[in-house]
Design a protein around this ligand. Structure first.
Ligand code: ADP
Ligand code: MG
Length: 253
């Protein structure tokens, strides 16, 4: 694809393959995410969602194919991984806050350490973010004093504190008690409304339907089908998609 064709896309994944030993885990993935777009990755456990997100954050290398963040080919072996990671916000399934730092320091750490923002400016922005997610009163608390849902909201605040071009969210509600899921998903919804560009793996189908502009169904490291939420959930074209969705609706089937 030419550089011109990529204009406006925040992320472009072209023909990405990845093996773990002899096992192919990503088998020719192509995905493009436009600015302000929210794309949901769905698929059974082991289908390659996390591995794909890790290749974008350079936690895993690719064996073939390219990934562009904006105009930058991040699969170029000469790339400076830290400078790429500084452009991407990431939230994983398990709370990833630093337990020995208070909430505000968790949120401001990257701006201070990676971008050299002065403490006062970073804290002002950090407090604004905490205000926005309704946790300003927790700024000086340590993570273990917060509920799982609050911790994930702080993890999201930390991920967006540096104004990343792209947010990667990997099953961020799957370790939460059901009653805490809503507050985290509502925050993601707000980020979308605020114009964030998001690629997220999720097993929350109703959430994917509500928030995603596009849904990509992965199976065995391949994209079986992608489309609007309405198309994927209401009128899937592929038998494998139908089978995956019907099993979710009726786990005993
Ligand atoms: N570090 C690793 N080494 C070997 N195999 C791995 C590693 N990480 C993931 N896998 C395998 O890769 C496949 C895809 O895993 P993953 O990307 O975690 O899927 P998902 O996030 O969709 O559940 C699985 O078969 C998993 O066992
Ligand atoms: Mg996963």
């Amino acid at each position: 694809m030419s550089e011109q064709a990529s204009a406006g896309s925040v992320l472009r994944i072209d023909g990405v393959h990845k093996w773990f030993g002899d096992t192919p885990v990503l088998r020719g993935i192509d995905i493009e995410v436009a600015r302000h777009e929210v794309v949901a990755l769905i698929g059974a456990s082991g289908s390659g969602k996390s591995t794909l997100l890790k290749t974008i954050n350079l936690l895993e290398g690719v064996d073939d194919g390219q990934i562009h963040l904006g105009e930058t080919d991040i699969t170029d072996p000469r790339i400076d991984a830290d400078s790429i990671r500084g452009r991407i916000g990431v939230v994983f399934q398990h709370y990833n806050l630093f337990p020995h730092m208070n909430v505000l320091n968790n949120v401001t750490l990257a701006s201070r350490q990676v971008f050299g923002v002065k403490r006062a400016a970073a804290e002002k922005r950090g407090l604004e973010l905490l205000e926005r997610i309704g946790l300003a009163d927790k700024a000086r608390e340590y993570p273990d004093r917060l509920s799982g849902g609050q911790q994930q909201r702080v993890a999201i605040a930390r991920a967006i504190a540096t104004d990343p071009e792209l947010l990667l969210l990997d099953e961020i509600t799957s370790a939460l008690d059901p009653q805490l899921v809503g507050e985290v998903l509502d925050l993601v919804h707000e980020l979308k409304a605020g114009g964030s560009t998001i690629l997220m793996a999720t097993h929350e189908m109703s959430f994917a339907r509500r928030v995603a502009d596009r849904v990509v169904f992965l199976k065995g490291g391949k994209i079986i089908e992608s489309g609007t939420p309405q198309q994927i959930f209401d009128a899937p074209r592929e038998e494998e998609t139908r089978e995956f969705l019907s099993r979710l609706r009726d786990p005993l089937a």
